[in-house]
Design a binder for this molecule. Structure first.
Ligand code: ADP
Ligand code: MG
Length: 352
């Protein structure tokens, strides 16, 4: 069970988060810091607590691993014992009883999905599999138009239904082959779960990240706001493109540049972000979308969909709805950053 969330996210980005100026100087009396890093969920996670965590690294590691395992037990599509995996294997249109935890995350994803016209779609699973990013197999050639058409029939917000009854929540498939894929929000859920435990325990200053999704609170070891770098997707080393201070909010980045496959015949690269409307991987010059909001579950749900839209449409939507987003486009090999009005405050790192 240990590695299940990592496995669930094994196809997800390996992008990590750059913490800028977070380490203490070589002072005579270096402040105590608890810092852990792990690879517990098919991706990387890390936690930094300036001032130190009571009990040190081990209890902190346990909090993280327990949280990730709990999430994985619900949403993994790789672990056959996970609740969502069982639902996916339930090849029937008969209502399938689900836990409150699964019903809540599906409800949240549906809500976020409707905000962005269904471009983030948790029923995208059959297309993810078809394009070789699912649990089934990796591929070397693009699927045929006919295969895409068939898979698309199983995708869409109307392909499943969440029912709340006095007997509890049920999830219903329109077709027995419908699959739900929550991996797009797994990282955000992990970061939120750990952040919520630390906040409840009264830890004021911390930084948590699961791959590209992070939660931070208070100040870094230097007593400054946490500063996080958005990567340059056009640079092979993925250097920091722009520093951002999320000021206590959650932040995550979806990128089309980390996880892809190359069609051996055509040499074309295909991203793991799929446009549910076309049934194909996104193929435009928007390389990444970063979102800042209250929870990493929300940012992680939105970033994927906004990346499907691409910078132009995503920025228009974000300005209309007052959402903080930062996009990076590849213009002739050069990264070009643009951001919504609500994002401007996070590019300023002075403490007001
Ligand atoms: P990134 O790796 O860029 O951070 P995420 O890990 O958040 O992105 O999500 C990517 C995963 O989400 C894909 O590997 C796939 O399983 C799933 N996915 C792809 N396209 C969509 C989509 N349009 N809506 C929802 N989930 C998607
Ligand atoms: Mg995402």
């Amino acid at each position: 069970m240990k590695n299940t969330l990592l496995k669930a996210l094994a196809i997800a980005t390996m992008s990590t988060v750059f913490i800028l100026s977070g380490c203490s100087d070589n002072n005579k009396e270096a402040p105590k810091i608890t810092r852990i890093a792990g690879k517990t969920m098919g991706t990387f996670y890390g936690v930094i607590i300036p001032g130190g965590y009571k009990g040190g690294e081990e209890p902190l590691r346990k909090i993280c691993e327990d949280s990730f395992n709990e999430i994985s037990d619900v949403i993994s599509t790789f672990d056959p014992n996970a609740e969502l995996a069982k639902f996916n294997e339930h090849k029937s249109t008969a209502p399938f009883p689900i836990s409150d935890a699964l019903s809540q995350i599906i409800q949240e994803c549906d809500y976020q999905s409707r905000r962005i016209d269904g471009v983030m779609d948790i029923s995208v699973g059959p297309l993810v599999n078809l394009w070789g990013f699912g649990k089934d197999k990796s591929i070397h050639e693009s699927p045929t138009d006919e295969e895409i058409l068939q898979a698309k029939k199983l995708v869409g917000l109307d392909s499943y239904e969440l029912r709340h009854t006095p007997k509890g929540a049920f999830l219903v498939k329109k077709d027995p082959n419908v699959r739900i894929d929550l991996s797009t929000v797994g990282e955000g859920m992990g970061a939120d779960a750990v952040a919520e435990i630390l906040s409840r325990q009264g830890v004021k200053n911390f930084f948590v990240n699961v791959a590209g999704a992070s939660r931070s609170s208070g100040f870094n070891p230097k007593g400054q706001l946490w500063k996080i770098g958005i990567e340059d997707p056009t640079n092979p080393d993925h250097n920091v493109f722009v520093p951002v201070c999320p000021k206590g909010k959650a932040m995550s980045t979806a990128g089309s540049y980390r996880n892809y496959f190359k069609d051996d015949k055509t040499g074309h690269f295909y991203s793991h972000i799929i446009d549910p409307k076309t049934g194909r991987p996104v193929d435009h010059r928007t390389m990444s979308v970063t979102v800042i909001d209250d929870t990493a579950t929300v940012t992680d749900a939105l970033d994927t969909g906004l990346l499907v839209w691409g910078a132009e449409k995503a920025l228009k939507w974000a300005d209309k709805h007052n959402v903080a987003i930062y996009t990076i486009e590849d213009k002739d090999g050069k990264p070009v950053g643009r951001y919504s009005k609500a994002f401007a405050q996070y590019l300023k790192c002075d403490i007001k």
